[in-house]
Design a protein around this ligand. Structure first.
Ligand code: PMP
Length: 344
């Protein structure tokens, strides 16, 4: 049992210092030792708490943010929640421009956290004045002294992980890790953590997880943007249809792609085998581990850290819904116990 009982001034003091948890069963038969850095333990239930707090505190230090200032971002996902949470405690106005594709649950959750949410049409090009990108940009121009987080193109996203996630992993492993496996969306997590770890030991291998339907892996290999790599996929928060400047491709050794279906099944398997109720991309990262183990990436001395970006509660109507899994056709090819009808 955990022993240190502490009292905190506010919820922001609980951001970071997330645990490393040994993966005991799902890695059965793999060579090496595997630990997950479980970011769902952050108070906003994801790694995005780190960047929200870091970017906002940098803007405070630089005198950009003053009491009552406005913070703007274009996301209905984890980053939106984290910015809303930090804004409440620090007394800022939070405006989130989101796509009309966002679920009602997510929009309700953000409004509950005090955010002003602008719902923008999903099916317009990014340069259309009605798109959530343009709405955010316009609000940023109109509201004097506002801060636009712009996580895909903000270097501070990398710095947040360079200063927190990287040092934590180095300390928790006493510098003994050999591999870091992390999902890449904005790229902030993998790039910042990798920059720190490689500054300590350049031999640590950094492996990014990408989705089929995303350009990142191909771009890493060729430094060319190949539109043919882009098609719709279901994992949220992983991969991209553009090249984010918050990704430092030079510190990543290679990318592995995973399918929507395998990532979903592996996330469910993490709950059943390790008792870890984590998000879709944690399933994706663990699926990546399985593929890497099969390819012979690890040996008996490997100390592998895999980052689990968020908690499972945000995926109840998706991968943790048998109905959703059936609608996607994900139960046709895999006959797993969780899919069997039960009497209630
Ligand atoms: N997983 C989830 C659930 C996310 O929301 C994100 C962020 N888009 C990532 C992984 C990837 O993290 P990063 O943006 O730092 O690359």
């Amino acid at each position: 049992m955990k022993e240190d009982l502490q009292v905190y001034d506010n919820i922001l003091q609980l951001i970071g210092n997330t645990p490393l948890i040994h993966l005991n069963k799902i890695t059965n038969g793999f060579k090496g030792n595997f630990f997950a850095k479980v970011e769902g333990f952050n108070p906003g239930h994801s790694s995005k708490d780190r960047i929200a707090l870091y970017i906002i505190e940098e803007a405070e230090k630089n005198g950009i943010l003053k009491p009552g200032s406005t913070i703007i971002e274009t996301t209905s996902g984890n980053t939106g929640f984290s910015i809303a949470m930090v804004s409440i405690i620090k007394g800022y106005e939070c405006i989130l421009a989101v796509s009309s594709k966002s679920s009602k649950d997510k929009i309700d959750m953000l409004r509950t956290m005090g955010a002003k949410v602008y719902v923008c049409p999903a099916n317009v090009p990014a340069d259309d004045p009605r798109s959530y990108y343009q709405v955010a940009r316009r609000l940023h121009e109109e509201i004097k002294g506002s801060v636009y987080i712009n996580q895909y193109f903000n270097e501070l996203n990398i710095d947040a992980h360079f200063n927190t996630t990287g040092p934590e992993i180095w300390k928790q492993t006493e510098g003994k890790l050999t591999h870091l496996v992390a999902c890449s969306g904005t790229g902030g997590t993998i790039s910042g953590t990798a920059r720190f770890l490689k500054s300590k030991n350049p031999d640590i291998k950094i492996i990014g997880i990408d989705a089929f339907g995303s350009v990142l892996k191909k771009y890493h290999e060729t430094r060319e943007f190949d539109e043919e790599e882009i098609y719709p996929y279901r994992i949220e928060g992983l991969g991209k249809n553009l090249i984010p400047t918050a990704t430092d491709f030079d510190v990543i050794d290679k990318f592995v792609k995973v399918t929507d279906e395998e990532a979903a099944h592996t996330a469910r398997e993490l709950a059943r085998t390790e008792g870890l109720f984590v998000g879709y991309t944690s399933g994706a990262a663990t699926q990546g581990l399985k593929q890497l183990a099969e390819e012979g990436e690890f040996d008996k001395d490997s100390e592998v850290i895999v980052i689990f970006p968020d908690h499972g509660s945000r995926y109840m109507s998706k991968i943790y819904s048998d109905d959703w899994m059936t609608e996607q056709g994900f139960f046709d090819t895999k006959n797993e116990a969780a899919s069997q009808p039960i009497e209630i």
